[in-house]
Design a protein. Structure first.
Length: 176
């Protein structure tokens, strides 16, 4: 039995024209591009696909190949779930999502490390969209100076953010 993905690729392949990327003009339609299906049994299959951007009309996911992390939904090229549109040609990931480079991570103060959007060193997740600098050990005047950035902290008598009683610190950076 064929997988749903294989059936979808086969249907799209039947609807699209095969092409040869070695030819000067591999596709009949000037606006189309010759793209490899790039995986599994389809890795040597090349099809003419529309040059597209986000919100372009589409019929198949293959029509949206020109923008990473997209799919065809409701007849339009849209970002995959857990990705957000940055501009007409870019979908970026939240914390924990797959990335190719730093530009494909949307969370504030995050970096693409080992193809995963993660907080920069000495930063911790506040939400799935934001990393904040860890307050443990930083100067403070009030408890709110610490808790605004990280829960389970308080301002000590020495005016430094510390973990609340009976709360341990992991790597000296965050309170658990």
């Amino acid at each position: 039995m064929r997988s749903v993905a294989a059936v979808a690729v086969a249907a799209a392949a039947a609807a699209a024209a095969a092409c040869n990327p070695l030819l000067y003009r591999p596709c009949c339609d000037f606006d189309n591009q010759c793209k490899s299906m790039g995986w599994g049994s389809m890795s040597n299959t090349f099809l003419c696909t529309k040059s597209s951007n986000l919100n372009s009309s589409c019929e198949y996911n293959l029509d949206c190949l020109h923008v990473d992390y997209t799919m065809c939904a409701e007849g339009r090229c849209k970002c995959l779930p857990n990705y957000i549109q940055v501009n007409s040609f870019t979908c970026a990931s939240f914390l924990g999502g797959f990335c190719k480079n730093n530009e494909t991570c949307i969370a504030l103060n995050s970096t693409c490390i080992d193809n995963k959007c993660q907080c920069n060193p000495s930063f911790v997740p506040k939400t799935y969209r934001e990393c904040v600098q860890t307050p443990v050990g930083t100067y403070c005047t009030y408890d709110s100076d610490c808790t605004e950035k990280l829960r389970q902290t308080k301002c000590s008598e020495n005016k430094k953010c510390i973990c609340k009683e009976e709360i341990v610190t992991e790597n000296g950076l965050e309170c658990l």
